[in-house]
Write a protein that binds this ligand. Structure first.
Ligand code: FAD
Length: 414
């Protein structure tokens, strides 16, 4: 048995993801990128495919599967398009947070709508002035009777363009630092909420990333998702799984890029034989294959640790760092062995591919430019590559001096 193995019951959800990616994501991904817009059609079909609430217990309407199966699902979705896959992650995390931390009001009124795919969830921690040092957020929440009054700005909100339920992290008491942070569900249609235009990016537009402004936004106290004192710690606990899922998504884009490069080089003649016959090319793709194996081993080791209830913080940081770096470097290698065709979003099919993957015009869609841009963004989401090193380095010294007394959230502060 390997760390990536799932039970027969969990294999069903992986199979659902493979079908969903082939039917709903892959054929549209290039258009989302070209039109620089959110993957709305994919979200519309997500609930029908049973992928809106993977981490929600079955008794609350979810699929109730573990981290390994979810990682396998994300690997498959990302192989089609990482941006659409990350949108799915963010929505599922919101559903999980409501199911595990929500009060009766949120579980009765919001959770069924998230599970049914009627509203799209978003996670609002980052601000224009605060990213890595997340405990330093300045967006404020003040109590006024039975309401919160929220003021401030949030940036880099995945799903921001279409989200209908915002999980907003806000500071109630700047002196208290991370212990003053609360998480509140905000309806973006409330007076005082302004949604920005989605950002123009290098790639990944299917995530609909944008910002929000809150001016004296009044929200009922019943919309508190995680109370003051617990919200920041809860966000940090969820981050280990989020990092594992970034690793899994990198496996998906790297695997698909290798497949495309193998196909192309086998069919493209140069100097009297296929490109794939050249040993220099074979060795480059052999290195890609080795690094893909290594990324999968780290990623699914961390996923298995989470599934077994072990502390996966360090392994998740190793996996995410290695996966992001590897995807950036090795997808570029896959493009290189394809010559200039690797750089085009569609290229003329080599003779043996005509009638296979090519369209009527004899062109083959090439996902590598999209996957390379997506690989770059994996170095930022859920903590930058440098922050993974901060987490890993902290524990290296803990080994010498014994575990620090401070809770994990404290020690992970930079
Ligand atoms: C496409 C995309 C989607 C995103 N989606 C979301 C989302 O849905 N919700 C959300 O809340 N956020 C989201 N983010 C934001 C993401 O979490 C932040 O970009 C990330 O936390 C880094 O913050 P920053 O970009 O402000 O960089 P900064 O914190 O300003 O860091 C700048 C540079 O300094 C480095 N650095 C910082 N501290 C240290 C240190 N101690 N040692 C060494 N180097 C250091 C960083 O690694 C980085 O290279 C998204 C980002 C992207 C790109």
């Amino acid at each position: 048995m390997t760390d990536a193995d799932v039970s027969p019951a969990e294999q069903a959800i992986v199979d659902d993801a493979i079908s969903f990616a082939a039917a709903e994501i892959e054929p549209r991904a290039e258009r989302w990128e070209r039109e620089r817009r959110f993957a709305a059609e994919a979200f519309a079909g997500l609930s029908g495919a049973g992928l809106t609430a993977m981490l929600v217990p079955t008794e609350l309407g979810g699929r109730g599967v573990g981290p390994v199966a979810v990682a396998r699902v994300l690997e498959e979705l990302a192989a089609a398009d990482l941006a659409a896959a990350f949108s799915v992650v963010v929505h599922n995390n919101m559903a999980r947070a409501v199911a595990t931390s929500g009060n009766d009001h949120l579980i009765d009124h919001l959770l069924p709508r998230l599970v049914a795919g009627e509203v799209l969830g978003a996670f609002l921690l980052t601000e224009p002035g605060v990213g890595s040092d997340a405990a330093a957020i300045t967006c404020s929440a003040a109590r006024d009777g039975d309401e919160w009054v929220i003021n401030g700005e949030k940036a880099w909100v995945t799903n921001g363009s279409h989200a209908g339920a915002l999980n907003v992290y806000a500071q109630t008491d700047p002196v208290a630092g991370h212990r003053g942070i609360v998480s509140i569900v905000v309806d973006p249609e409330l007076p005082g909420v302004t949604r920005s235009e989605p950002y123009e990016l290098l790639g990944g537009h299917a995530m609909g990333t944008g910002g929000f402004r809150f001016d004296d936004v009044r929200v009922p106290a019943a919309a508190t998702l995680i109370p003051v004192g617990q919200a920041f710690a809860a966000a940090m606990i969820g981050i280990d799984l989020a990092r594992v899922l970034v690793g899994a998504m990198c496996c998906g884009i790297l695997r698909r890029s290798l497949e495309v490069a193998l196909d192309y080089t086998a069919n493209r003649p140069v100097f009297g034989s296929a490109v794939a016959d050249k040993q220099g090319v074979q060795w480059m793709l052999a290195d890609v294959a080795t690094d893909l194996e290594a990324t999968r081993l780290l990623t699914y080791r961390a996923a298995r640790q989470l599934q077994d209830g072990e502390d996966a913080t360090i392994m998740a940081a190793h996996a995410k760092k290695f996966a992001a770096r590897t995807a950036q470097e090795r997808i570029a290698d896959c493009m290189q062995v394809m010559g200039a065709a690797g750089y085009r979003r569609r290229f003329p099919a080599p003779a043996d591919q005509a009638g296979g993957r090519s369209d009527q015009a004899g062109q083959v869609a090439n996902p590598l430019p999209r996957h390379l841009a997506a690989a770059k963004l994996t170095g930022y989401i859920d903590g930058t590559t440098e922050i993974q090193n901060v987490v890993i380095a902290r524990r290296l010294w803990d080994r010498l001096t014994g575990p620090a007394d401070a809770p994990a959230t404290e020690r992970e502060r930079v």
